[in-house]
Design a protein around this ligand. Sequence first.
Ligand SMILES: [Zn+2]
Length: 314
Amino acid sequence: MVRDALRQYARSIGFSEWKGIAYGDIDGYTVTLAQGGATDVFTGRSSGAYNIWVNVYFPRDENYVKLMTRIKDVRRTYSVLDQYRYPHGIRINLGGSLTKFRAFIAWLMPLIAEYDGQTISKCPLCGQAYTAQDERVYARLQGMAVPAHPPCIDQAAINREIEAQEDKQVGRGALGAVLGAFLGSLPWIISYLAGFFIWVFGFMIGIGATIGYKQAGGKPCGKKYGIILLCVVFFSAFSFFASIISAVAIDIFAGDLQGGLWGNVTALLRDEAFFSREMQRAMIGFICSLAGCVHLIGEIRQEFSSREMIVRLP
Ligand SMILES: [Zn+2]
């Protein structure tokens, strides 16, 4: 996001603006500026904070380390929150005012040159070094503007489209997720029937859905996470009801209960003490089943950041 004050500043130094980032060159380095929205949605740390990306690499690693130490030394002065390294640059988040941010940029840029920071001399998409004749335009790569070959950006966009068409694999993945979540719900139901319900078995539902999706050949994409979440919710509820219904059925079969299956089940579920006790246990099982999908968060982050990879900036 670029709010008014940052926009004014970005314009004053000749930067362009595109969908939430301002970018241009400072001292020969490609620099990207943004606010809040472009930062980490999962840590949520830098909402409203300022971000600067510099497209740079350090031929000598110790120079990079020295620069990072210098930045750490001024953490308080400029309200530095985080610093990150990318194959094609660095990113620093600041939590202070725009005035501080500007002062930080003025402090940082000469320092990068002093530590022998090089402008990226190869296209980040094809890895080829630029020749004198090569045309370079800006692309957005992991949130930051970087120069790249126009044909490479176009090719990357085509690859993206092909990947999008492969979303058809989602149907197969969904079947796998349903089957996996079903198999994953069995330990829950069996342990319940055995009389020692272990809520941590809920974990298996999340794991089952995730593995099932992948094993069936489903591709990672936005829909995948929705499908897995639906499976987890549905099969947690399924486990809850299937456990109770099966337990009642077994009791009827063993002659311990009189009357029909449905009558007995509805009577049990209407029993407030029974229902709230079972519901509490099931909720813990449900939380465990969600925990079974936690490892997907990393994948989701990657998915969303790679989506931005191939945008050609105006
Ligand atoms: Zn290229």
